[in-house]
Design a protein around this ligand. Structure first.
Ligand SMILES: [Zn+2]
Ligand SMILES: [Zn+2]
Length: 91
């Protein structure tokens, strides 16, 4: 799969902490995984931050990344397009 991201051009470093990238994270996952790929809602991430996104009980990082993704998407497309595709406002 060719990775596309509207959030960052730097695929070498973890988007969250700046350490070397080990993985990629789909910001809107599960049923929206394919749409995340289509619209570039993907970030490079290190293993530790990736665990935090998915497993942290407070979901703080997960919510923060979703808000960033929505804001960046809206800059390119529109809020209406966001809601049509992802059905939930994170801002
Ligand atoms: Zn990291
Ligand atoms: Zn992930």
């Amino acid at each position: 799969m060719e990775i596309k991201s509207i959030i960052t051009d730097n695929f070498d470093s973890c988007y969250v902490c700046g350490r070397p990238r080990q993985q990629f994270h789909h910001i809107i996952g599960a049923a929206y995984r394919k749409k995340s790929e289509k619209y570039g809602l993907i970030i490079p991430i290190c293993e530790e931050c990736h665990r935090e996104v998915h497993d942290s009980p407070d979901q703080e990082l997960n919510k923060r990344l979703k808000a960033i993704a929505e804001a960046d998407f809206i800059q390119i497309y529109s809020y209406e397009a966001w809601m049509e595709n992802f059905h939930k406002n994170f801002l």
